[in-house]
Design a binder for this molecule. Structure first.
Ligand code: TYM
Length: 334
């Protein structure tokens, strides 16, 4: 019975074209977990507008992200797939939770510090507040587990702190969620600067591989990936470029790091890069085909996000009412 299953919540911003970091760090785990859990997977458009988006592109990408979830194997019949702005409780709960969150906590978030540097004085309040909206997303659904890449760990810890603070202020209201991070895919690094995580917002297209990149582009980007002059294929921190390639190969093929090190003992970097490219291509090629098909069928996508929003609204509204009651708001007359 669905009622007895533990709950999963996760989401991806439609703020750029998705990379293999989003795929290996998040979506691949979602597919693995979908039979065991009651899962809510959201396209977080409210988060995306923390930086300026072109309206037409935002609309296009929101549907493309939804199509990507499905194309990667997230089954719309088993999971609740929806668009964040279709469930107003997320924005309302975020406001309430704002009042239980400290400015100090938010300004210490690494992602805020990095991103706000880029915008200086014109950084939006939304960017600072972004982790509170994420806490609202998670806490509204009585979530047990949040499958994300390791860059979201700090935000997740803040969600836990906010939940605990609210529970302690009133009485137990929220479940305190745990993170779920895949072993090899939790942090896919930038191909040009392996000290940074691979990001859809990077200015240099050679630094990431997009889920929608055609095979020859994937090969070209991998052949240009920054490595080192050591010449040995070993998984260690002195060789961050090689470490990243081994990680990608491990998550794409299911082979362990040890198996890969043994297999590539004595081989050159070109062979490794080539095999990583082919492993990525064999994962993403069928996905690309399916995304294109799904995007042709807007009615089908609409039926999925409508069904998803209906269920999500029902669950989220119940939690929102509970929060309002605990805080002391007069219940709305019906
Ligand atoms: P976003 O859109 O930046 O990324 C979506 C997911 O992809 C993971 N990810 C990576 N994993 C491994 N290596 C990488 N290089 C890499 N880049 C991205 C992220 O960890 C994430 O899991 N705030 C979130 C979205 C969000 C959310 C939520 C997530 C909003 N509400 C509630 C979970 C629960 C974000 O900006 O992810």
């Amino acid at each position: 019975m669905e009622e007895n299953k533990k709950v999963i919540f996760s989401g991806i911003q439609p703020s750029g074209n998705l990379t293999i970091g989003n795929y290996f760090g998040a979506i691949k785990s979602w597919v693995k977990l979908q039979d065991e859990y009651d899962c809510y997977y959201c396209v977080v458009d409210l988060h995306a507008i923390t930086v300026r988006q072109e309206p037409k592109e935002l609309r296009r990408r929101t549907l493309e992200v939804l199509a990507t979830y499905i194309a990667c194997g997230v089954d719309p019949d088993k999971n609740t797939l929806f668009i964040q702005s279709h469930v107003p409780a997320h924005s309302e709960a975020a406001w309430l939770l704002n009042c239980y969150t400290h400015i100090g906590e938010l300004s210490r978030m690494t992602q805020f510090k990095d991103k706000s540097q880029r915008y200086g004085e014109s950084v939006t309040a939304g960017l600072l507040d972004y982790p509170v909206l994420m806490a609202a997303d998670i806490l509204l659904y009585n979530t047990d587990l949040v499958p994300v890449g390791s860059d979201q760990k700090q935000h997740l810890e803040l969600s836990r702190d906010i939940a605990i603070r609210f529970n302690n202020t009133y009485s137990p209201t929220f479940k305190v969620p745990d993170g779920y991070m895949p072993e090899a895919g939790a942090r896919i690094m930038d191909l040009q600067n392996p000290a940074k995580k691979m990001s859809k917002s990077s200015d240099n297209p050679n630094s990431y591989v997009l889920i929608m990149d055609p095979p020859d582009i994937v090969r070209k980007k991998l052949s240009r990936a920054v490595t080192d002059s050591i010449g040995i294929i070993k998984y260690n921190d002195e060789q961050p470029g090689i470490k990243n390639l081994i990680n990608i190969l491990s998550t794409a093929t299911g082979k362990t790091i040890k198996e890969i090190e043994k297999e590539y003992d004595g081989m050159g970097y070109a062979k490794l890069k080539n095999d990583v490219a082919e492993a990525i291509i064999s994962e993403i090629e069928p996905v690309q085909k399916r995304i294109k098909e799904l995007l042709e069928d807007k009615d089908y996508l609409e039926s999925i996000y409508k069904k998803g929003a209906d269920k999500a609204n029902y669950v989220a509204d119940k939690m929102l009412s509970k929060m309002q009651r605990k805080i002391g708001f007069v219940p709305r007359a019906r």
